[in-house]
Design a protein around this ligand. Sequence first.
Ligand code: FE
Length: 236
Amino acid sequence: MNRTDFLRTLAGGALTAGALANHTFAGNSGTILVETAPFKQNPLPYDFAALEPSIDKMTMEIHYGKHHAAYVKNLNDAVKGTEFEKKSLEEIIKSAGKAPAAIRNNGGGHWNHTFFWEVMGPKKGNGPTGAVSDAINAQFGSLDKFKEEFGKAATTRFGSGWAWLVAKGGKLSVGSTPNQDNPLMDVSELKGTPILGLDVWEHAYYLHYQNKRPDYIKAFWDVVNWEKVAKNMKKA
Ligand code: FE
């Protein structure tokens, strides 16, 4: 962990010494794909309060410190002594259909949350620019139309799941996945490289928004890290 990440982690508070010990490297969703067990949580790239008022501090503390941490712990427990112990997270995700439910769910949970933290950031008041803006306009007509389609995918996902913007074959599309599945999984109906994702599990918004998932989705646009989205698209 570099000094900045360490300070950020400290500034975030709420983390136990055990969680700190896990923070041995600053990475991104690309690097965790090549990770093998024991899997670790990357440091949150900002303070727990950095996404307020869109996402409140306590939700972030619990979401990162309890929910995401539990996926990582449960994934490590589930792969122990199995053929999956030596596999990278990428291999696990891409062949999730062959994995026991605990590995599919917790492997997806680890990947999805790592990805999610990185596509958000403190509000800068800007939208997509350059290639991302062009691609969104080409595919959806306008940024507003894209937000409408993405919002629809996020609102209509029944129960727990994720909404995604994915790239496939040079085209963007929007959709959703149930539970902790994601578009990289062999079992996913929605396929492609995730460019942007939104957690629509109740644990992601219930403390602040209660049953008003559409309000949470609307507030999410204020904290999208479009630079990261652009990087994701470039790698797709
Ligand atoms: Fe979550």
